[in-house]
Each structure stands twice: as C-alpha cells, then as structure tokens.
Write a protein that binds this ligand. Structure first.
Ligand code: SF4
Length: 432
C-alpha cells in the first residue's frame, strides 16, 4: 500500500487554513468527506467478484461509509478499479473519471489494474497500469486482493482524505502513449541476486544445523492411502438427431465438391470407412462388419466437419438451415483460423429441434484482405461473430450490414490473431 499523503496539495492559489476559526471546519469537512464516499464501481474482471463480496453482507463496506455504490460517475467521488483494463476500456475509464465531480479519488485493486498483472508480457490490448491513464490514490496488490485488503485500502484512503488530501493532478493521458519500459525485468534481476544470497544463507544454515544436531533424524511423513472407489460407468448421451453419414449423404448429393475435413475421401460410404478406421485406432474392440455398424461404433460424439469451396459456402449454409431433414437452425459459432498458408472460416451449427450438429469450414487464400460472403442474412447472430473475425483476422464479409471492429479501437494497427501480427512498440516481450 503506497502512502501518498506527502504528495497531497491544494489547488494553486488556495491556502489551507492552519489555525483560527476555519481549522475545525476544515477538520469536519475532511471527516465528513472521508466517511461518506460514494463509489463508482468499475469491475472489469475477476477482481470485481472480491469487490462485490466486500459490499455484500459478510464484509459490508457500508460500515465504512461506502453505502451508496453508484452506477453513474456524476454521483460518485471514488472509483474502484477492479479488474483488467483493456485499451478500449481505457478511454472509457478516462471519460468516466472526467465526468466525476471533484474532489475525486481512485483505488486500483489487484495486479491487473496496478500493472497489467498476468497480462503484462506479450499482450497487445491490456493497459499496463491504470495510473498511465488517471491518477491513482491507493494501490491494493493481490490477484485478487481479498475483501479485507480492499477494506484496508479504503481505510488508507480515508486517512489521506482526513489529512486534507485534495488531488490537483487530474491529468488524463492518452492510452499507452508513454513509451513502454520494462521495470519488471529490472526487478527480476534484483530479485535473482537476493534469491541467490538467500539460497547461500540457507545452505550455510543447514550445514550448521547438521553440525549442531548430529542425532537429528528429520520428520517422517506418513502418507494417507487414498481410498479406492468403484468405477462409475459413464452415462451414455441420449441419441438425438441424424447420424453423420446420413447428413453427409444429404449434403454431398447437392454439393459434390464437399470434403470431410482431415479425411480425403468424399463419398458417404468412404466417410463411414474412414470414420471406422479412426474408431479402430481409438480402441473400439469389436470387429466392425457393416457401414451402419461402423457409423454406430463411432458414437454420437463425432460431429461431421465438412470443408466447402467459397462458391458453395453461402448456398451450403442456407441448405443446412432450410432443409426439412437437417433443420440446422442455430448458429453456435463463427470464427477463423490462421494456418499461415490459408485462413479457415469455421461455422458450427446445431439443430435445436433434432439435436445434431454440423461443422463447416471454408478455406480462404492467405492475402491481406481475404473475402467471403456474410451469413448475417441467414443468421442474425452471425453479425457479431463476423465482426469479431474481421477484427482479429481481417477477413472481409461481403454483404455484412455493419462491418466494423468489435473489440479493438478503430485505429488499432493490424489484426492480432494473425500469425504474423507484431506490435513491438506496445508489446513487452517476456525476458525468460
Ligand atoms: S489481478 Fe488477478 S484476480 Fe484481479 S483481475 Fe487480474 S487476473 Fe483477475
């Protein structure tokens, strides 16, 4: 916990009353202000759970005057930062802090808020410390800090406020404009020296102990034998929907160029054979006689994964949705994979009525701006999935009604899930 009371000062031109009539008034104002903080909660990830626990009945931060947690910056004078702050969220944080009336205070709770935490290295999107953006009054270390730690941090802040704390350094900085230095690597070097010294001292202490206690035999640790339980047979999943060979037969009839991903053959029978080979490799014991048995032996876990040409992509998905036998009416997922020599757009579909699934993938050339038709006219949910794939992979979905970045700022350079993405100015490389 950093005590910054020494740095506190009144705004220029204002002289704090040191004596006379105003001193008790100043004391009362400080006391009242410290005991009636209204926090604006800025919970962005896991630390927020501890923050919520601090407000809940067991810990009850109302005991410290933080009764009224606000959802509006205009009614708050303390912002508790609890969780990872991404760059996109960073500019919103600055706006919220600007909208809070002064005097206002900031608590940074947890490693992520203080320094980027586990996302400090090799990360393109996390702000490496909230005080790069707004001034912070109290830092609470931990991952996550417990409610007691947050309460202690609040008490430290109250102490600062009662001491006449009035931050005048309300300076907002643009997100990550300051050059990235790596203080952690420096600390690590210092730590290694300390650690080596400690190991040396421990070695000496052990040797001394042995000389002073030659009869010492050490502690015998008795291990508790773990009890054995009867094996529980897995509950078979209920059989729902069409078998994968049946689905493939339906599709390959209409789309002859269709392939099964990772299996070179294309006919329904061959799929079943190949599927059976995979099944044999995965230790199915009984000899498998017929195609139907082979499919059955593969079990319901296997999901048909078909690769389609770009020209057939939209018609195939439309067929999967509209065919009365298939009825794959739910888009579970649309994403992409960068294979270095190509991109795969991957679509997962489910029949909510029948229960079967189908995976579809479509290979695109590895160019700067690969293009494929949008599915947003078939599934409303494809809209956001495609924006995500555009944001992270740079894949253009033609016919999309509003193709914009989803997670990153509009001016973010490049697409971070591409294998060749590099951002040396922003990403701190791990030194070990
Ligand atoms: S400091 Fe730990 S607990 Fe808190 S947000 Fe970061 S990863 Fe989650």
């Amino acid at each position: 916990m950093i005590d910054k009371s020494a740095e506190f000062s009144l705004p220029p031109g204002l002289v704090p009353p040191q004596s006379g009539l105003l001193q008790p008034v100043d004391w009362i104002v400080g006391w009242a202000r410290a005991n009636s903080l209204w926090p604006l909660v800025f919970g962005t990830s896991c630390c927020a759970i501890e923050m919520m626990a601090t407000g809940a009945s067991d810990n009850d931060w109302a005991r410290f005057g933080l009764e009224v947690a606000r959802a509006s910056p205009r009614q708050a004078d303390l912002i508790i930062l609890a969780g990872t702050i991404t760059e996109k969220m960073g500019s919103r944080l600055v706006t919220l802090h600007e909208q809070m009336p002064g005097p206002k205070y900031v608590i940074a709770m947890g490693a992520c808020t203080i320094s980027g935490g586990p996302f400090y290295y090799d990360n393109y999107s996390v702000v490496k410390g909230a005080d790069r953006l707004i001034p912070v009054d109290v830092y609470i270390p931990g991952c996550p800090p417990r409610p007691e730690a947050l309460l202690y941090g609040v008490m430290q802040l109250q102490k600062l406020i009662r001491a006449g704390g009035w931050r005048n350094s309300i300076v907002h900085r643009p997100v990550n404009v300051s050059p990235i230095t790596d203080p952690m690597a420096e600390t690590l070097k210092e730590w290694e020296v300390i650690e080596a010294k400690k190991q040396e001292e421990m070695k000496e202490a052990k040797e001394r102990f042995k000389l002073e206690n030659p009869d010492y035999k050490g502690v015998v640790i008795k291990r508790i034998v773990a009890p054995k339980y009867d094996e529980v047979a897995p509950t078979p999943r209920p059989e729902r929907g069409l078998a994968q060979a049946e689905i493939f037969a339906n599709l390959s009839e209409r789309f002859p160029s269709l392939r099964v991903h990772a299996l070179p053959e294309k006919s329904a029978e061959k799929v079943a054979d190949n599927v059976a080979e995979v099944a044999t490799e995965t230790s199915v014991e009984k000899p498998i006689e017929t195609v139907t048995e082979k499919i059955t032996a593969m079990g319901r876990e296997y999901v048909l994964d078909v690769a389609v040409e770009p020209a057939d992509y939209l018609p195939l998905i439309r067929h999967l949705r509209d065919d009365t036998d298939l009825q794959l009416d739910y888009l579970i997922e649309l994403t992409a994979i960068d294979w270095k020599d190509r991109y795969d757009v991957v679509v997962h579909l489910l029949s909510t009525d029948k229960g079967h699934k189908v995976f579809v993938r479509c290979a695109l050339p590895h160019v700067e701006a690969p293009e494929i038709e949008s599915l947003s006219s078939l599934f409303a949910g494809a809209n956001w999935h495609e924006r995500e794939a555009y944001d992270f992979f740079g894949i253009r979905f033609t016919g999309h009604p509003d193709l914009r970045r989803l997670f990153l700022e509009d001016d973010f350079p490049g697409h971070p899930l591409r294998k060749d993405f590099e951002y040396p100015e922003r990403v701190v490389k791990r030194p070990y």
